[in-house]
Design a protein around this ligand. Sequence first.
Ligand code: SF4
Length: 510
Amino acid sequence: MSGTFLGMPSLPVFGTGNLHEHEPFPKAAHRELGNTQLRANLGHATGTIRDKRLAVVSELPDWEGLREAGRAIKESVMARLPDLLEKFEANFTARGGKIHWARDAGEANAIVASLIREQGADEVVKVKSMATQEIGLNEYLEDQGIAAFETDLAELIVQLDHDKPSHILVPAIHKNRTQVRDIFLREMEGVDPDLTNEPARLAAAARAHLRRKFLSAKVAVSGANFALADSGTLAVVESEGNGRMCLTLPETLITVMGVEKLLPSWEDLEVFMQLLPRSSTGERMNPYTSLWTGVTPDDGPQNVHLVLLDNGRSAALADEMGRSALHCIRCSACMNVCPVYERTGGHAYGSTYPGPIGAILSPLLTGITAEENNSLPYASSLCGACYDACPVKINIPDILVHLRGEDVDSKRGKKKLPSQMDLGMKAASWALSSGRNLGLVEKALPLGRLAAGPDRKITKLPGIAAGWTQSRDIPAPPGQSFRQWWDKEHRAPAGPAESTAPVEGPEGES
Ligand code: SF4
């Protein structure tokens, strides 16, 4: 039966692009855990950023108030997103910018490629951008014969090494200085063959390489950290100044931004300009903040475009419990404190968004029923460190539990026979429903002692319980249950009937 067309364009429900796991998280994590170099690099880098962040956050007496303000602003944005988007569009357009709406990654990529071709260009310089990573823009442009050059130092390292970013803020966090030097020597044209791994020498090599690109590129592509609805202004914050070169030198600037990045006004930006640098790099303020409002005649890019990207954000917004994942300002504080991320690194998550925020955002954008992403909500110990660190107070542990529930429900609907987990839960429900049932189960404890070896440890369990014993042992159950012990210790010995007279306290007390 065909539906009635009511004149509304259809919205793809879920996101596409680089949002999926390529293999289940446990399998990928197991492999990454074996990479000792990766773990050493990550442990050092995240530890350093964590300490810096703690120091600058503790300087602010109103830090908790700022977090609460950030959360409240984002919540109000989500509640009136359509109105704010229209307001932003009107202001951005009135100042000479052009807006393009993209429902998914495919549409966004096609729009950007056609805008580049309109300028007769076959190469672009890029500002670091998670949105363009998400839609796989570089790969798409390469297929179209357009070369995209990353200008952020860490993104450049990853691109030269034909690798993938593994951290939101420090995409090359998994590489150390010696590895970076080797990549430059191997991949960078005209590099000094005596290059050492000193940071200043590496930065100078990258600067010389990039300057040629900045001066020749006609088109730049960027993301945006914030968009201000009341003036139609876009903002990019960065540490190196390479972004600013891209945002000011080329004739054409194309920005790709998720629709959730809006803020109502300049006053709201003040809150985030305090929250973001402290949470991300552990700095009091970020070195470069670039703001642009449409086109300024004879100054900066004269063709200014913005691609507003949905790619699953409407679906995430429709999830009452999960929608606060869209409050994320991509600071990366949650991954720097996450014990799971610190050990597995970002590649294990598959998606562009790694760490705790990735474990909720990727399944929300693609739908938890997408087979490829349903192990991500389990990539957490639920320790809550991410919630404590998040500058906009996204309750990541609660959303993880919510998504796990959705995953279990979606699988239950597909299965004809009950799973081992279903049977186990049924058995637990029966055992815990009465003291008598639990007493019966306790009688089986001696079987557990039989399963343990001479060292009194159970090292192998069958079925789904095998997942537990793969990485730890279970101590043999005690020789008697608590009830048996209690009965033995407290049961009144057979003899004369107990006295019912009140027990008196020690002398002198009343
Ligand atoms: S979830 Fe919070 S802590 Fe993590 S990247 Fe987003 S804003 Fe930062």
